[in-house]
Design a protein around this ligand. Structure first.
Ligand code: URA
Length: 433
C-alpha cells in the first residue's frame, strides 16, 4: 500500500477500505509513515470528512493499536462515562460514587488536562496521597470493593491516539467530527466497559459550538459504540458557561463534595443526576425515572459521599479531605472580580474563563507545565442573576501567581450584561440520543 495514494483518495473523497485504514494506523504507530504525510491525511479528513463506515473502521484500528482491557474480573455490569470536555467539569467525581451507590460498577480511566484546566486526574491528585497509577489487579480489586475507581490511562492503551492527537494538536486538525469520534471512542472501547454514556458538550467552552454539530458527533459516537458491541447512549449538555461554581482542581473537589452532601442543587447537581440516571438505565437497573430516584437517594442518604471517601482511601488518599477542606491545597493569594455595570448577567463565556483559570496556574500550557492545585476561580454569580456595579461575581485563587491583573481582566471580559432578564438554557439540552 502507498501513503500518497491513501492521502489522494481521502482528498478526492473516495472511501478507504478497512485494509487501507488498518495499514495507515499500524504503519504510523510503527513510525513507517512520517508525521508530514500523516498530517496531510488528517488535514484531508478535516476538510472532506470520512464516511460513517470509515470512522468505525478507523476507531477499531486505533483501539487495536494497543491493549484492550479485560474487565471480566469485575463482579457486575460496568459503565463508563465520557465527557467531550468543558470548563469546570467535575462530573466524574460525583457520578462515579453515585452510580456505585446504586449497585453498578464504574471503572474509570481518565486523563490529565492539557490546556485551560486540569483533567479529572489532576483534580483527584489535589487530594493528599491520592494515587492514580495502580496495578491492573489492584484496580479491579478497588472497583469490586467500592464500586468505583478512577485511575490514569496507561501508555499501553491506544498508542495510535496518543501519537495522532499530539500531531493534530500542532497541525490545526483537532476540530473534525470523525477524528474526535475515533479518538474518544477508540479509548472508550479499549477501556473495556459494557456500557458507555457520552456527555457531548455544546457551547462556547466546548469543541462543538452549536447543537447541530453536537448532535452529529453524538450520533456518530453512539453508532460507532453500538457497532463495536457496546450499549451506548449520548446526552447533549450546555457548555456556554462554566459548569457549577468552581473551576480549578482542589476547588472542584470541594464542589463535588458539597454536591454529594446535598448542599447544592443547581445546574451541576441536575446534570450529575441526569448522567447518573442514564448510566443506571443503560446498565439495566430500571426506567429513567426510577434511576433518577435512585441517584437522588444515593445523595440524600449520604451513601454516595461515603463511597467517595472509601474510594479515596482505597487509592491511598486522605478521605478526611472531603470533610475538612483545609486538608486540600489552599490558594495563598486571592482577588475578587466585581461587576463593572448593573444589570442581569447575560452570559459567562467558558473559553475566556478557562484562559483566566489557566493564568492563575490551574491548567497546563504544555505537557511539562506544573499545575497549581490550589488555583482557580469560584463564582458567586451566574447567568440570569441580577448584579449591581461593584458586586463580587467571582474570586480568583492562586498560590503561584500573586499578580492577578491580567487574569482578572480576562475573567471580566467573559462576563456580558443585559438590562432584561435573559433566558437561561437548561443544562441538559437533549436528555438522550
Ligand atoms: N478528546 C479526545 O480525547 N480526543 C479528541 O479528539 C477531542 C477531545
Amino acid at each position: 500500500m502507498n501513503i500518497s495514494e491513501v492521502i489522494s483518495k481521502t482528498r478526492k473523497k473516495e472511501a478507504l477500505s478497512s485494509e487501507e485504514i488498518s495499514w495507515l494506523v499500524d504503519s504510523y504507530v510503527k513510525g513507517e509513515i512520517p508525521d508530514y504525510q500523516m498530517s496531510a491525511w488528517l488535514m484531508a479528513v478535516c476538510i472532506n470528512g470520512l464516511t460513517d463506515a470509515e470512522t468505525s473502521k478507523l476507531t477499531i484500528a486505533m483501539r487495536d493499536s494497543g491493549d484492550v482491557l479485560d474487565l471480566s474480573g469485575i463482579n457486575g455490569v460496568t459503565v463508563d462515562k465520557h465527557s467531550t470536555g468543558g470548563i469546570g467539569d467535575k462530573t466524574s467525581l460525583i457520578i462515579a460514587p453515585v452510580c456505585a451507590a446504586c449497585g453498578i460498577y464504574v471503572p474509570k480511566m481518565s486523563g490529565r488536562g492539557l490546556g485551560f484546566t486540569g483533567g479529572t486526574i489532576d483534580k483527584l491528585e489535589s487530594i493528599p496521597g491520592f494515587n492514580v497509577e495502580m496495578r491492573f489487579e489492584d484496580y479491579i480489586k478497588a472497583v469490586n470493593s467500592t464500586g468505583a475507581a478512577i485511575i490514569s490511562q496507561t501508555g499501553k492503551l491506544v498508542p495510535a491516539d496518543k501519537k495522532m492527537y499530539a500531531l493534530r494538536d500542532v497541525t490545526g486538525t483537532v476540530e473534525s467530527i470523525p477524528l474526535i469520534c475515533s479518538s474518544i471512542m477508540s479509548k472508550k472501547l479499549a477501556t473495556g466497559c459494557d456500557c458507555i454514556l457520552l456527555d457531548v458538550k455544546c457551547g462556547s467552552g466546548a469543541f462543538m459550538k452549536n447543537k447541530e454539530d453536537a448532535l452529529k458527533l453524538a450520533q456518530l459516537m453512539t453508532s460507532v459504540g453500538k457497532a463495536a458491541g457496546k450499549k451506548c447512549r449520548a446526552v447533549i449538555t450546555d457548555m456556554n458557561e462554566p459548569l457549577g461554581d468552581a473551576v480549578g482542581n482542589a476547588l472542584e473537589v470541594i464542589e463535588a463534595a458539597e454536591i454529594l452532601k446535598g448542599r447544592k442543587k443547581g445546574r451541576l447537581y441536575q446534570l450529575c443526576m441526569g448522567l447518573s440516571a442514564n448510566m443506571l438505565e443503560l446498565a439495566g437497573i430500571g426506567s429513567y425515572d426510577r434511576c433518577m430516584e435512585l441517584a437522588e437517594n444515593a445523595v440524600s442518604s449520604g451513601k454516595a459521599l461515603e463511597i467517595l471517601e472509601k474510594m479515596i482511601y482505597n487509592q491511598g488518599g486522605n478521605g478526611k479531605a472531603i470533610y475538612d477542606y483545609s486538608l486540600l491545597p489552599q490558594g495563598i493569594y486571592k482577588h475578587e472580580v466585581t461587576a463593572k455595570e448593573s444589570g442581569y448577567i447575560s452570559g459567562i463565556n467558558s473559553e475566556r474563563i478557562g484562559i483566566a483559570a489557566l493564568m492563575t496556574g490551574a491548567g497546563r500550557e504544555n505537557k511539562e507545565s506544573h499545575i497549581d492545585h490550589s488555583a482557580g476561580i469560584v463564582f458567586s454569580r451566574h447567568t440570569g442573576d441580577h448584579v449591581s456595579r461593584g458586586d463580587v461575581i467571582m474570586t480568583l485563587y492562586s498560590s503561584s501567581v500573586r499578580d492577578f491583573t491580567e487574569s482578572a481582566k480576562k475573567a471580566l471580559s467573559a462576563v456580558s450584561y443585559s438590562s432584561e432578564k435573559p433566558e437561561v438554557q437548561p443544562v441538559i439540552v437533549r436528555k438522550y440520543i
